[in-house]
Write a protein of this length. Structure first.
Length: 417
């Protein structure tokens, strides 16, 4: 299995986290020469807690075997008073899960329903219309491997597709709402085109089509903080910032050295943009100068380089981390259980200086303080002013072939930039 998506719950004080994995294989039945591919995956639910330097920060609450998952996101607002997770599945479905608590007090995901966006295709991405916490008309948008985009309404008990159209000549890698006007939908495809669509008029043609990216467009995120601002990423290794009122020319272009698979604006700080860059790790961009008309590339203020495989999934947490980063635990001989392997998930928690490392090994089933030599340090952070207010961010990232989920902390002083 290979990890392709990670998302952190926006609600509650425990920092609930979901991570999924994906595998692709061929299965042939008796007498079948060419059976369709079988794509299977798994959905994990974790809880994050700060229990001190020797305690495991992550606790697995649940795992579910599913179809392969290409993308997933929590709805920004609760539905029927519960957090809801949307999943783009290899079955061509948008699947919904509610986070609830049992009578015994255990948290877990329960299936709410699903809607098929099309036959014989993969659902590739999804986004919610609730990026600015508006719950008046909750909708989800999906893109798929047939180049189509679908909009689904959640006004009823089950999701219902309300719009579906052919958007791109090849795979539609990404679709996203404008959080400021949710009648506007953006899409990006393997045809190298970024398109905008107005749901109030016919979707037979886009309201704009940009060919500024030179390769497939695979990430789009509308800023929840500034109206009209849009970030896009591509296999061409560029992050472009746009003013949606003028899509002929981007506000800035930032080369990141790897295909930009996912982009996430920080939930509270309007100038920070997280990028998962496939062959070139994870980076945080500071976009203030570009957004204020200064032009030029957005500087990278932090890089996370401890994954050893394709950087695919990344997200910010809204948890407020307390206290300084933990110090290194004393060297200890790892104690591994002889238990049989139960999966392919490995988890690591990192401090910003890579001085504290713990692992939860899925195949061992127990917490292990690391006594081995530390991995290479992350890129240096800016010099900190001791008197300036600091920002402590919790982030999660996952990579493809090495089956790794990392949860890491980044301490930053905004005034130091």
């Amino acid at each position: 299995m290979a990890h392709i998506a990670v998302t952190l719950c926006r609600r509650g004080g425990h920092g609930l986290e979901v991570e999924d994995s994906k595998s692709t294989g061929l299965q042939k039945g008796v007498g079948e020469e060419d059976a369709p591919p079988s794509r299977t995956g798994r959905l994990y639910l974790f809880e994050f807690k700060q229990e001190g330097p020797m305690g495991p920060p992550l606790t697995e609450l649940q795992r579910m075997d599913t179809a392969a998952i290409l993308d997933m996101k929590w709805c920004h607002v609760p539905l029927a008073e519960k957090p809801v997770l949307g999943v783009a599945a290899a079955t061509g479905e948008l699947q919904l899960y509610a986070l609830s608590k049992s009578q015994e007090g255990r948290r877990g995901l329960q299936t709410l329903g699903s809607v098929e966006v099309g036959a014989e295709r993969l659902a590739l991405s999804l986004d919610w219309s609730t990026g600015r916490k508006d719950s008046s008309e909750v909708r989800a948008v999906c893109s798929d491997s047939a180049g189509c985009v679908s909009v689904c309404s959640l006004a009823q008990a089950a999701p219902v597709a309300t719009a579906h159209w052919k958007a791109h000549d090849f795979e539609a890698w990404i679709a996203a709402f404008s959080y400021w006007d949710t009648q506007l939908v953006y899409s990006g495809g393997d045809d190298c085109k970024l398109k905008g669509w107005d749901l109030r008029v016919s979707t037979s043609s886009p309201v704009f089509c940009s060919k500024r990216h030179s390769m497939g467009v695979c990430s789009i995120h509308s800023s929840p903080h500034r109206e009209h601002v849009l970030a896009t990423g591509s296999y061409d290794e560029q992050v472009l910032l746009w003013d949606g009122r003028n899509t002929r020319q981007p506000l800035s272009e930032s080369p990141l050295g790897g295909g930009v698979w996912r982009l996430k604006w920080h939930p509270a700080h309007p100038h920070l943009l997280l990028a998962a860059c496939m062959h070139n790790d994870f980076h945080v961009l500071h976009c203030q100068q570009a957004l204020e008309g200064g032009g030029g590339a957005c500087p990278v203020v932090a890089s996370y380089i401890l994954h050893n495989s394709l950087a695919y999934g990344a997200d910010w947490s809204q948890l407020s981390l307390k206290g300084p980063a933990p110090r290194s635990p004393p060297p200890a001989e790892p104690k591994r259980s002889p238990a049989e392997s139960r999966g392919h998930l490995r988890i690591q928690y990192e401090s910003p200086t890579a001085s504290f490392h713990t692992s939860l090994e899925d195949d061992a089933g127990q917490y292990i303080p690391e006594g081995a030599a530390p991995p290479p340090p992350a890129a240096p952070a800016p010099e900190l002013d001791q008197d300036a207010p600091s920002l402590s961010c919790l982030l999660a990232s996952c990579s493809f072939y090495d089956h790794m989920l990392h949860v890491w902390r980044w301490d930053w002083t905004p005034d130091s930039f």
